[in-house]
Structures are given as C-alpha cells and as structure tokens.
Ligand binder design. Structure first.
Ligand code: PLP
Length: 395
C-alpha cells in the first residue's frame, strides 16, 4: 500500500467505546490491571500493556507503530524533542572510553552534546570529514561505538555517502546513526543504505507545521542493545518520553506529511532557482543541478532534496540588512513550518559557540538559512528579492 494511504488509515485498537475515527488521546498517567500477574507482566515487559506514561502511553504507541509500519523498523521510540531522541540514542550505545566518530558539520546542539556534554562522562568524540571515507577509516578504531551523521547537514548542507560510512562502521563492529530530519523517512530507505538507527526531530516535517516538539528513534534491529537500552535504560531512568498530546498532533501531521512535504520541496526548488540568477548571491540547495552534492543526494534520497536552503551574501552586515528588510518571510528559527522562515545561524543558533569553533564548523557569518513554507512561491521570491535589493544596495 502507498505510504500516504497507510499513514492516513493507520489502525488502532478496536472496538472503541465511542467508535472514534482517530486514535483518542489518552492523557491518563497510570493504568489499572485486572490482577497481580498482569501487573507483573507489564512492569517486567513480558506484556506490552501500558503501566505508566513516562515509559509507555497508548497515544504515543499509536504514533510509534505508525512510523514502524511505514519504515519496516523493529522498534520506534518517541521522545519529547529531537535533542532528547539524539541524546538517548547516542547514550544507548556510547559510554566512558567509547569513541563517537562524527563531523564538524552538525546542528549546533548535537555538536555541543557530543563534544561537551558527553565528553564530561568520558565519551570521546572524534571529528572527521565524513565525505572522505579514507579519513573516516583512519579514525574508526575498536573502541568506536558509532559513526554519527546528518543526512543533509544543518546549516552547511553537506551530503556524505551513507553506504560508504555504513561499510566502515560495520567493518569495525560499530553502528551507523543518522539524523534524517531533513528528508522524511517515507522517501529514503535508510536501512537499505546501511543505517542502523535513524533519529530525527519530528518537530520539523512530522509535526505538521510547527504544532509540537518531538523526536523519533527508528531502530532497524541491527545495533546490538539499542532497543533494550532505549526503553529499559534511557526512558526509565532519564525520562523524555513524548507527551500524549504531542503524539496526537504528530499523528495528524503524519497524515498530511507527503502533501505538505512535496509542496514545500517544490517551493524550495522554485526559490533556489529564482535566487540563483542573482550574481551577488550564492545559493546552496542540493536540488540545484550544479550543487556538488546533487547526484549523491538524488540517489540516496529518492530524488528528494528537502526545503532548507542557504544564501551566502557579501558581508554579515548585508545578511542583517536582508533579515531586517523581510516583510513576508518570518525572522524565526525552526525548519519546515508552514510559513517560510529566515535566520542568520552564526549569530543566533551558533551565537554562544566561540568564533574559532564556529569557523571550524563552517558556519559562516555570511550565511542566511531559509526554510521554505507552503505559501505561493512567487510571494516568497518577491519578498526575498526586495529584501536582497535593500541589503545589497550598499556594502
Ligand atoms: N537535528 C537537526 C538536524 C535539527 O535541525 C534540529 C533542530 O533544529 C534538531 C536535531 C533538534 O531538534 P529539536 O529542536 O526537536 O530538539
């Protein structure tokens, strides 16, 4: 069955007392049992019956099962945010003395989680150029628990060869963990590319237009201990399970995912093409045929390229003037809202990271990040062009 049809008609336990057409929101925290044995079975995970909503909740399970059916994963766990999902997945495999191999090209908080927060607990993070398999092979050793990558890095827009990284990780007995926030999982067969565990911020495309925070860990069953550690260790001891209300919003988001995503991607392509005709501006979008990652991205992501793009202007002042001149596109963080959004990452998301580190991460002061929404693209292009005219009128 088509994935969109499957998402819209996702089954849930019946009969429902009221014949509900959609999975109801179970806001209660604790669940009652018919006898002591059923209670023991639930608490010792012999049965899947919910006991307490920090670790399991029927509405969240519905979202998890929906994603599991769509991806063919062995387990899916939903968290309160993308960062909660990323930290739980990495902590499920890493530990003191273990090595994580990743890139300097990462979302800012993921970079800080790996290089600062987990470093305090003895996890060693080694930064390598993930587009250079030889360099990666040199730093992966027998203490390596995982290679961690973003499928399209935010905001550097880099695309690495996922299959090559999977082969290196697996040869060393390590796992490949991939943040797939930029292209929804319904378009990429991550497992076929060798990804062991997909992690994403469902705050973005899945939530259905910035309705709720969330994160998903999609486990393909090939990373030893991931499923057990996630549910028995991370959720129980650290918390961070998705709330039932967020799960309900994200289930609705899943029902309209392909319609929204494909429109946003078309709009992003239209914006990137229009702005690429301006000689003063460098547009970075893997959908453009002259982008260095175009062919690799097309192959890996089933011809999809997402709805994030970046502009490089001649100076930081020009970036600030452009941001201030926007009338329709909103000055805000987040990605894949229904509205188009613009941000200057170096001074905001990466604003508390020192300038040297920021430069090493290739987060340039000349860069504006755009997330293209569902508006008529002609309106977005007109707004961006008038803002660029003002920004570039003096330099
Ligand atoms: N991963 C990527 C690629 C992101 O862009 C973000 C947030 O922008 C996150 C993870 C973190 O997600 P959340 O804000 O849901 O915690």
């Amino acid at each position: 069955m088509d994935k969109n049809t499957s998402a819209i008609h996702s089954p849930f336990p019946r009969p429902d007392a009221y014949g509900a057409l959609a999975m109801p929101v179970y806001h209660c925290l604790a669940y009652e049992f018919p006898d002591h044995q059923a209670m023991i079975d639930s608490f010792t995970q012999v049965s899947d019956d919910p006991d307490y909503s920090r670790v399991t909740n029927p509405t969240v399970i519905h979202l998890e099962q929906m994603v599991r059916r769509l991806t063919g994963a062995t387990d899916v766990v939903a968290f309160t945010s993308g960062m909660a999902a990323i930290s739980a997945a990495v902590m499920a495999v890493a530990g003191a003395g273990r090595r994580v191999v990743t890139s300097r090209h990462l979302f800012g908080n993921t970079y800080l989680l790996l290089t600062r927060t987990l470093a305090r607990f003895g996890v060693e993070t080694v930064l390598a150029d993930l587009t250079d398999p030889e360099e990666v092979r040199r730093v992966v050793n027998d203490r390596t628990c995982c290679i961690y990558l973003e499928t399209i890095t935010n905001p550097q827009m880099e695309v690495a060869d996922i299959r090559a990284l999977a082969d290196i990780a697996h040869a060393a007995g390590a796992a490949l963990l991939a943040d797939t926030t930029m292209i929804p999982f319904i378009y990429t067969d991550a497992r076929a590319l060798g990804v062991d565990v997909e992690i994403l911020s469902s705050t973005k495309y899945i939530s259905g237009g910035a309705t709720s925070l969330g994160g998903l860990v999609i486990d393909y069953g090939t990373c030893p201990d991931m499923a057990r550690n996630l549910r028995k260790d991370m959720l129980m001891n650290l918390g961070g399970y998705m709330t039932p209300h967020a799960a309900y919003m994200q289930t609705l988001g899943m029902e309209t995912l392909s319609t929204r995503y494909e429109a946003q991607e078309r709009n992003a392509m239209a914006v990137a093409t229009a702005l690429s005709h301006r000689p003063e501006v460098k547009v970075c979008y893997p959908g453009l045929p002259d982008n260095p990652y175009h062919e690799l991205a097309a192959r890996q992501f089933g011809g999809h390229f997402g709805a994030m793009l970046t502009l490089t202007l001649p100076s930081q002042e020009a970036c600030f003037r452009m941001i201030d001149a926007l009338k329709l596109v909103r000055r805000a963080t987040n990605l894949f809202d229904n509205r188009s959004l613009a941000i200057h990452p170096a001074s905001t998301i990466f604003g508390t990271i020192d300038a040297d580190t920021r430069r090493a991460m290739d987060v340039s002061e000349l860069l504006i990040r755009l997330s293209i929404g569902l508006e008529n693209p002609a309106d977005v292009i007109a707004d961006l062009n008038q803002a660029l005219d003002i920004a570039l009128s003096r330099n």
